[in-house]
Design a protein. Structure first.
Ligand SMILES: [Zn+2]
Length: 457
């Protein structure tokens, strides 16, 4: 091979994969035959076949991304034979490679239909990569269209460093994380017995908290000395996704150790500070996460969704009954229930909030029975819905609960709801201004404070 073109071919191979197979080598030779300088030929090929791709880090990965570039170190790799499907084309790949890829921001599981000539510790560059959701987790996929090349000088930290699970704040833990470490306070803790493969096992579940937020956790091992209020360092815990929310899974390989004394004093949180009710987040910040656990938000009700009001539920499965019939159980004697789905807007974004009967009765100000009376006394079948719209639209509400992101935006399930104090203060000030009073700020706050105490929770 010509010494002048060898480095260019090498670079092209790194960027685009096997040049012979893809016909890129032939294309390159053709350009050279037309006396195009090798350097220029290389650039032209890179532009044509490489394109500009988004370069992502592991922490940037979310479900259903396409056509991006990523560089990471292989932490684990294995291959398995896939039984060819009947009638499938002969050239279909019969081996699937799976493993874990990591960079300085985290680690992610991958699967590849391409033959991977790399081993644990190698840094690889993947172009035309895509992601899939697999068991609620983000998985990096390497397909037929992807190109994979080894990167000898990646600048990535060595494997000894990168294989340690990153220590993260609870807010930063997400669907792309495979395993994490964190320092957090145990806010809730309870034991329960479950059957695991026919064996009675004790499981501990609870809630962890730090200054950024809260996450549920489950421990499949004993946690001696750990109780509510304990501050612990957790290393090599697994991240599980449940209903779009991450949770911390403590397994036998996870290390849990107490944090106390001087080290605990340096933390940005204490048991007392994390016990406080969460303060409202901006809706635009909620929209930036796949799912969030036990958070608060506040905003104005801008619309009440159709389907809100009195519904009938199947006594077997709880699904809403349509025209006396359950989708699964057929004709059933439905049980009356009330629910509200309202859109909350805080100026930074909107989210759809679901209120169960308990909360619906409180924010609506009418019980299910009172709403039923209205339904039966009015000829319009939408009487309750219209009444809900009239009463709720424009109202300022704070909610606390869990959020998850789907194709329609944020879906928030409220666990509690109340009228925020700050809103009351503002409204009292406005009221006093309207009445021409010159009351001082301090008195206003006092009035607001005494009223704000009665939460709706
Ligand atoms: Zn049913």
């Amino acid at each position: 091979m010509d010494e002048k073109i060898a480095p260019h071919l090498e670079e092209l191979t790194r960027a685009l994969g096997d040049l012979e197979k893809s016909g890129i080598r032939a294309e390159f030779e053709k350009l050279l035959a037309f006396r195009v300088p090798p350097e220029v030929a290389k650039e032209s090929i890179l532009r044509k076949f490489g394109g500009k791709q988004r370069v992502l880090k592991v922490k940037d990965l979310s479900a259903n991304l396409k056509g991006f570039e990523i560089t990471g170190r292989v932490l684990d790799i294995g291959e398995k034979a896939i039984r060819p499907q009947e009638g499938a084309p002969q050239d279909r790949p019969s081996r699937l490679y799976t493993g874990v890829l990591a960079d300085e921001t985290g680690s992610v599981m991958f699967s590849s239909w391409k033959v991977l000539h790399c081993s644990v510790g190698d840094a690889i560059n993947v172009r035309n990569a895509y992601t899939r959701l697999w068991q609620n987790r983000v998985k990096l996929s390497i397909g037929e269209q992807s190109t994979v090349s080894k990167v000898p000088d990646s600048g990535l930290p060595p494997i000894s460093e990168i294989s340690k699970s990153p220590t993260k704040k609870l807010l930063e833990v997400g669907a792309a994380d495979f395993s994490v470490g964190t320092i957090a306070c145990v806010l809730q803790l309870s034991h329960r017995e479950v059957m695991v493969r026919g064996k009675q096992s004790r499981v501990i579940s609870g809630v962890l908290a730090d200054e950024t937020g809260r996450l549920p956790f489950t421990a499949w091992t004993e946690l001696p000395g750990v109780d509510i209020g304990s501050i612990v360092r957790i290393e090599e815990a697994q991240v599980r996704m449940f209903r779009g929310m991450p949770s911390v899974n403590i397994l036998s390989g996870t290390k849990v150790s107490p944090v106390g004394g001087e080290e605990a004093k340096k933390l940005a949180f204490t048991f007392d500070s994390v016990r406080k009710d969460p303060s409202p987040l901006k809706i635009e910040d909620i929209a930036a996460r796949d799912g969030m656990f036990d958070i608060a938000a506040a905003g104005n009700v801008v619309s009440v969704r159709p389907g809100s009001g009195i519904i009938s539920r199947c006594p077997e499965c709880g699904r809403a009954v349509q025209k006396g019939s359950c989708r699964v159980h057929g004709k059933v004697e439905g049980i009356r229930d009330m629910r509200i789905k309202a859109v909350l807007d805080d100026g930074t974004g909107t989210m759809s909030v679901m209120f169960s009967r308990e909360l619906a009765e409180i924010i609506y100000g009418k019980t299910l029975e009172e709403a039923e009376e209205l339904m039966f006394s009015d000829i319009s079948k939408d009487a309750v819905y219209e009444d809900l719209r009239r009463i709720l639209t424009g109202r300022y509400l704070a909610v606390r609960g869990n959020s998850s992101l789907n194709e329609y935006g944020i879906s928030f399930v409220a666990e509690s709801a109340w009228v925020p104090e700050d809103d009351l203060a503002v409204r009292v000030v406005e009221l006093l201004h309207r009445l021409g009073s010159d009351e001082t700020d301090g008195q206003v706050r006092e009035i607001a404070g005494s009223e704000g105490g009665e939460g709706f929770a």
